[in-house]
Ligand binder design. Structure first.
Ligand code: AP5
Length: 216
C-alpha cells in the first residue's frame, strides 16, 4: 500500500503519520524532515533549501526530485510508503507518477487533511519538537509535563525557524496556490479521501483509520 498525506501547514500530517506507521508497516517519508536534516548537516541540498524554508516558500521542484529519487531507490520502500508533505506542486505529482511507473509502483490513496486557515495559527506557533526522539508537542494543546523538556527522552524541546506568523502566512499562500491543485490532480484519479482535520487528534486518526481499514 502506498499512501500520500496532504494538508496545510499544521493540519496534522506529521501527527497522523506517526500513528499510521505505528499501526501499519509503511515507511514514513517526510520531505520536510529530510530537508531539515539536510539543513542541520549542511549538505548541498540543505544549503540550497535553507533560505526557502525559513521564508516559508517551497523548495524548487528539481531539488525535491533528487531527494525523492534517492529515497525511492532504497529497498525498504518495497513494503509500502507514506509520503508526508509531498508532492506539493502539480509538477511534483506528475514527476512522482513517472518515477513510480519506472519502479512498477503507484499511489493507492491520498488522504487530504481539511482545515480552515484560522485554526492553524495556534497549532503552528505553539508547536515544540524534540530533536532527539522526534516527539511533537504543543504548548496550547499538548504541553510537555516539564516546560521545554521532552516527556519521552528528556531532550530539550525546540521551535522550528519557520513556525512564526510571517512564515506561516507565506506557507499558507504557497499551499493554496501550489498544493491545492495537487489534490485536484489526484481527485481526477478518484483516489482522494478527505478528513476533517479540525477535530481532536483521536477523532482525526479514527477517521483516517476507517479509510485505511477499507483499503487493507
Ligand atoms: P513540512 O515539514 O512538510 O511542513 P508543513 O507542510 O508546513 O507542515 P507542518 O510540519 O508544519 O505541519 P503538519 O501538518 O505536519 O502538522 P503537525 O502534525 O506537526 O515542510 C516545511 C518546509 O519544507 C516547507 O515550507 C517547504 O519550504 C519545504 N518542503 C517540504 N516538502 C516540500 C516539497 N515537497 N516541495 C517543496 N518544498 C517542500 O501538527 C502541528 C501542530 O498541531 C503540533 O503542535 C501538533 O501537536 C498539533 N496538532 C496536530 N493535530 C492536531 C489536532 N487534531 N488537534 C490539535 N492539535 C493538533
Amino acid at each position: 500500500m502506498n499512501l500520500l498525506i496532504i494538508g496545510a501547514p499544521g493540519a496534522g500530517k506529521g501527527t497522523v503519520s506517526d500513528r499510521i506507521i505505528n499501526d501499519y508497516e509503511l515507511v514514513h517519508v517526510s520531505t520536510g524532515d529530510m530537508l531539515r536534516e539536510a539543513v542541520k548537516n549542511g549538505t548541498p541540498v540543505g544549503l540550497q533549501a535553507q533560505g526557502y524554508m525559513n521564508r516559508g516558500e517551497l523548495v524548487p521542484d528539481e531539488v525535491i526530485h533528487d531527494i525523492i529519487v534517492e529515497r525511492l531507490s532504497r529497498d525498504d520502500v518495497d513494503a509500502g510508503f507514506l509520503f508526508d508533505g509531498y508532492p506539493r506542486t502539480k509538477n511534483q505529482a506528475v514527476d512522482l507518477d513517472e518515477i513510480l511507473k519506472q519502479l512498477d509502483k503507484k499511489v493507492d490513496c491520498v488522504i487530504d487533511l481539511d482545515i480552515d486557515d484560522e485554526d492553524l495559527i495556534k497549532r503552528i506557533t505553539g508547536r515544540r519538537l524534540c530533536p532527539d526522539c522526534g516527539e511533537i508537542y504543543n504548548i496550547y494543546y499538548k504541553p510537555s509535563k516539564t516546560e521545554g523538556i521532552c516527556d519521552k527522552c528528556g531532550g530539550t524541546l525546540i521551535q522550528r525557524k519557520d513556525d512564526n506568523p510571517d512564515s506561516l502566512k507565506v506557507r499558507l499562500e504557497e499551499y493554496h496556490k501550489n498544493t491545492q491543485p495537487v489534490i485536484e490532480y489526484y481527485e481526477k484519479m478518484d483516489i482522494v479521501r478527505h478528513v476533517d482535520a479540525s477535530m481532536s487528534k483521536d477523532e482525526v486518526y479514527d477517521s483516517v483509520k476507517n479509510i485505511l481499514e477499507g483499503l487493507y
